[in-house]
Design a protein. Structure first.
Length: 295
């Protein structure tokens, strides 16, 4: 039989399917958002390497991109129907798009809205993954520990001191989306287990004071891919991270100028020497206040 004719015969059943049926194939898997920071990736130990002027920035943005892609591949290994990567570091223009699996979408740059590091999150997502994350400001034996900006010494919500992973998990919790996996240094892995309870983690390095003892990037990528796949497959085991409103933020900053400026935000109160307090029933309003105050 003519090869062209044989191919057409094989295709006829597919071509006769309704358009909606064709679109539905492969669309029943979980939808996954992957938020990628930089300080917690394998090998990185200096803040100088995280910015465009740093001599090693070009190298480490490739490591960041590779870890992001390892997470993407893990999500697809677990049957994901859609994967969105959110570049969450600095300029939010660090991940090299061509190093990601072409099935994934990439969110770059900042919108200016309160979703920030989890831009794109909504009720349609089934799981949230954090890659390259780091511990909150002031954490012992942590690599480049900070909370959003170098101006913040502590961010507490309803009495709980939170790292960026906790802040972003709370935002996702509004939409009912659980954090299922976190990769970064050992300190952030310990913190998210304390906060979330059950969560998959991979520590790609461990702090020794300001130094780092870490995995080879290839080993880190393999463990991230395997860890994400396992977490996404078992996503029903994880619960969204939530708190009961009202939400009271206590923010401690490093300078009098910042505190004075932040005190003019509507509803903010100065409650200490370098401390501001803000309360709202709306979590995103609190996050917006934080984004304005910590500058």
């Amino acid at each position: 039989m003519n090869k062209v004719l044989f191919t057409l015969i094989l295709l006829i059943p597919i071509l006769l399917l309704p358009r909606t049926a064709i679109q539905a194939q492969g669309s029943d898997g979980p939808k996954v958002l992957i938020s990628v920071d930089m300080e917690g990736i394998a090998g990185l130990v200096s803040g100088e390497s995280t910015g465009r002027s740093g001599a090693d920035y070009g190298y480490f943005r490739r490591i960041m991109s590779a870890e992001a892609n390892a997470a993407v591949l893990g999500a697809y290994d677990a049957g994901a129907s859609e994967v969105v990567v959110r570049d969450s570091h600095g300029s939010a223009r660090n991940i090299l798009p061509d190093l990601l699996d072409p099935r994934a979408r990439l969110i770059r740059d900042w919108s200016g809205g309160p979703l920030s590091m989890v831009e794109g999150i909504d009720e349609s997502f089934d799981a949230l993954v954090f890659i390259g994350y780091h511990a909150r400001a002031g954490t012992a034996d942590a690599i480049i520990d900070h909370t959003m900006s170098g101006n913040v010494t502590d961010f507490a919500m309803n009495g709980v001191s939170l790292p960026e992973a906790g802040i972003n998990a709370l935002i996702a919790g509004i939409f009912g989306v659980p954090v299922v996996f976190v990769a970064g240094d050992q300190a952030i892995c310990d913190q998210v287990k304390e906060l979330f309870g059950n969560v998959g983690t991979v520590a790609v390095k461990k702090g020794i004071g300001a130094a780092s003892d870490g995995l080879h990037p290839d080993v880190a990528n393999r463990r991230i891919r395997e860890g994400v796949a396992d977490a996404v497959r078992n996503r029903s085991q994880y619960r969204p991270y939530t708190m009961t409103p009202p939400y009271t933020m206590v923010l401690k900053l490093k300078s009098e100028a910042s505190i004075y400026n932040g005190s003019f935000f509507p509803g903010a109160q100065r409650t200490g020497d370098w401390e501001l307090t803000f309360t709202s029933e709306d979590l995103l309003q609190v996050i917006y206040a934080f984004n304005v105050m910590n500058r």
